[in-house]
Design a protein around this ligand. Structure first.
Ligand SMILES: Cc1ncc(COP(=O)(O)O)c(C=O)c1O
Length: 279
């Protein structure tokens, strides 16, 4: 596998980072995950806008204009032209020697980009998944796509241990989102999801779902769902770049929509599929 790091295209074994990199020492960095459909980047500008917002939020400056070109080169070097790729981009504040909280002066950010082949598997999307609820342990800037992911790593691990595919998180009794997904519910033909703000990441797939709802005249309510009202909803799904629109058929011990993907979920999945086919 060839990866890109600080200006070089290298076999992954030769890509090296300083232990003084602030990404390693402080999780002082941000990232993005993009994918291709039909070999073409999907919603590239949306992802770059979010990366810019994340960088601005942590006061990190980096010129993103060459990223698309680098990605295309990586796809070529890794012979992924005929496959679908998942692209990971991470930018950190660079190196601080000696270790110090203070931002370093005149230090270049570290940039790392990798591309991997997507092994398509639509079982979860067709059959739906079980998820669990857990307390949201994260900080108050979940809108920043920060590499500081320990709370969601731990929550996701707890879900895995319990045989679930995702954990959805609640703060003060309100559902925010999943560990790496946005969360949606539906009832009375209306779609519900948490509002944008500092308690959730503004998912690109979330944005697409809302666009599709608008096109299909499906009413949207961007309000927090109360954890203790989950049983009053008819269907649920989670969204992300890699999970697309994945139906939820069980939350903790609550079986939903007869253990099957719900109607609205399937309509939205179908419309989303059309976008990917024509990408
Ligand atoms: C916390 C969180 N919420 C939501 C999402 C979904 O975002 P997107 O649809 O842009 O992949 C992610 C993706 O990684 C995430 O980490």
């Amino acid at each position: 596998m060839i990866v890109y790091i600080n200006g070089d295209f290298l076999p992954k074994e030769e890509a090296k980072l300083s232990p003084f990199d602030r990404g390693f020492l402080f999780a002082d960095g941000v990232y993005e995950v993009i994918r291709t459909y039909n070999g073409k980047l999907f919603r590239y500008e949306d992802h770059m806008d979010r990366l810019r917002r994340s960088m601005d939020s942590i006061k990190l400056e980096y010129d993103l204009s060459s990223i698309k070109n680098i990605i295309h080169q990586l796809i070529e070097y890794n012979n992924l032209d005929k496959n679908e790729s998942l692209i990971y981009i991470q930018i950190t504040r660079g190196i601080s020697v000696p270790r110090s909280h203070k931002f370093p002066e005149s230090v270049l950010p570290t940039i790392f980009i990798s591309t991997t082949q997507i092994e398509e598997n639509d079982t979860d999307r067709k059959k739906g998944i079980s998820i669990i609820t857990l307390e949201d342990l994260r900080w108050k800037r979940c809108d920043i796509k920060s590499v500081s992911l320990l709370p969601t790593v731990l929550s996701n691990e707890e879900a895995n241990k319990k045989g679930a595919r995702e954990a959805i998180l609640f703060r003060d009794g309100l559902i925010t989102e999943g560990t790496h997904t946005n969360f949606f519910a539906a009832k009375d033909e209306t779609i519900f999801t948490a509002p944008e703000g500092n308690h959730i990441l503004s998912g690109i797939t979330r944005k697409i779902v809302l666009e599709l709802c608008n096109q299909l005249d499906i009413p949207i309510s961007e309000e927090f769902i109360k954890k203790d009202k989950l049983k009053t909803f008819e269907e649920f799904f989670v969204t992300s770049t890699t999970k697309e629109i994945t139906p939820v058929i069980k939350i903790d011990s609550l079986t939903v929509s007869g253990n099957q993907p719900g109607q609205l979920t399937m309509i939205l999945q179908n419309e989303f599929g059309k976008l990917t086919i024509t990408n």
